[in-house]
Design a protein around this ligand. Structure first.
Ligand SMILES: [Fe+2]
Length: 430
């Protein structure tokens, strides 16, 4: 992949390719610089923000109306239609508009239930619960002290799902929703995934959980401060907000990310999980603000003058990007939960999308998921694949996650000999 051209308008912004030493000062500096750039377009920051707010307000109203009519806010597409190429134009339009999706019957229910019990055998057979040392990070750790998130990466079940043809089919369908070529550059290959290893959640019947507050995952202050993201969000930072396209991958697939507890070294078009149990919509499930353009709102909101000069509406390094009633009440009005899902269905949301997990008391049934995103092959993911390969071979926790390394001595983890061509390609072995 060739070097990306630098837009002259954005190159004028100050940049920090690693976390600034003096955060409040850097925040003040970048806010002033972005405001000046926007104003150079002949528009005030308030005017640029108003354009975004109008667009988002329309979407919020549309979602409220759909909800009042009892319609599904979340798009739902059957796996068979994706595999057969029979997804309708209306379904595609809804996916673009909402930025999230449930794939029905992505895997046969029995296969997903088999994976779930395979994971239980894998962790129990290796004494995981006896050796569990508590949450290794302070993010999912807030969910509860019992291990609901298993820091397990290399079970046969997970690897079978990651390298399956069905997963590859859905990943390339989702990747293709993005614009992946522009200015003569191929930003990523939609038909090759990079096999991003992530964890498992198993939440038992009767569980009480506070859930997770609304947040988004693509980064923190780096979204405003690194050259890559300044290029990616160039239309937000130079006043041409109408041209901002949340589906444009330009400049998103090579740059660095500031380290932090929720950092993801990979570029993901969609985050996702596959259900390993049936889950009802009111049992502490995933919610999103199903408006891809909400990112523009999040990026410009801190520039308004009711926010302190050294504050980015609460966004700071080493903490999740918060979405709050204080700064973003409009967005939170659109928060919408997934419909009921069955084991074998999968759930996907655009990588910038605001999401949360609802609280639950005395949960009915299991709440089990395997996190598998769509992370297409690109410069950034090729770089991370080197670390993934090492972690895979040694059974270690991947470098994006706490160094827990439970599986290093587990004899029945997935082996290199069990990789198929999709798995080998995903790890960069062929
Ligand atoms: Fe998240």
């Amino acid at each position: 992949m060739t070097a990306a051209p630098v837009s002259p308008s954005v190159s004028a912004l100050p940049q920090w390719e690693s976390t600034p030493d003096d955060l409040p000062r850097a925040v003040r500096e970048i806010k002033q610089a972005i405001r000046a750039r926007i104003e150079a377009s002949g528009r005030t920051v308030e005017e640029a923000f108003a354009v975004v707010a109008r667009r988002v307000t329309e979407r919020v109203a549309e979602i409220r109306t759909a909800r009042e009519r009892g319609e599904d806010v979340w798009p739902v597409i059957a796996y068979a239609d994706i595999a057969d190429g029979t997804v309708t134009r209306e379904q595609l339009a809804k996916l673009q508009r909402r930025g999230c999706l449930v794939v029905r019957g992505h895997f046969p229910r029995e296969q997903a239930l088999g994976w779930d019990s395979g994971i239980v055998d894998y962790v129990e057979g290796n004494g995981f619960f006896e050796s569990y040392r508590g949450p290794g990070d302070d993010f999912f750790g807030s969910v509860g002290s019992k291990p609901e998130i298993y820091p397990i990466y290399w079970s046969p079940a997970q690897m079978e799902a990651r390298q399956s043809e069905r997963m590859a089919t859905v990943q390339s369908f989702l990747n293709s929703q993005w614009k992946h070529e522009s200015d003569g550059i191929t930003w990523f290959d939609p038909d090759r995934d990079s096999l991003y290893p992530d964890r498992i959640r198993r939440r038992p019947p009767g569980a009480d959980s506070n859930g997770l507050g609304a947040h988004c995952d693509p980064g923190t202050l780096d979204l405003w401060m690194t050259e890559g993201y300044q290029q990616a969000f160039r239309h937000l930072f130079d006043g041409s907000v109408e041209e901002y396209d949340p589906w444009d991958a330009a400049h998103r697939t090579s740059g660095p990310q500031y380290p932090g507890t929720t950092m993801c070294s990979a570029f993901r078009t969609f985050q996702g999980w596959t259900a390993l149990s049936d889950m009802a919509h009111d049992q502490g499930v995933l919610h999103t603000v199903p408006i891809p353009e909400a990112m523009a709102y999040l990026m410009l909101r801190p520039l308004l003058d009711d926010v302190a000069e050294d504050d980015m509406c609460g966004v700071t390094t080493n903490q999740v990007f918060p979405v709050s009633e204080k700064w973003h009440p409009l967005l939170l009005e659109a928060l919408s939960g997934i419909p009921d899902v069955q084991a074998g269905d999968s759930v996907w949301w655009h990588c910038d999308m605001i999401h949360s997990v609802a609280p639950v008391q005395d949960q009915q049934g299991w709440g089990n998921v395997m996190y598998v995103p769509a992370a297409p092959w690109c410069e950034r993911n090729e770089r991370y694949a080197t670390e993934v390969r090492e972690a895979f071979v040694s059974g270690s926790s991947p470098s994006d996650f706490p160094e827990e390394h439970y599986e290093r001595s587990w004899p029945d983890r997935f082996t290199p000999a069990q990789l198929n061509d999709t798995g080998r390609r995903g790890l960069g072995l062929i």
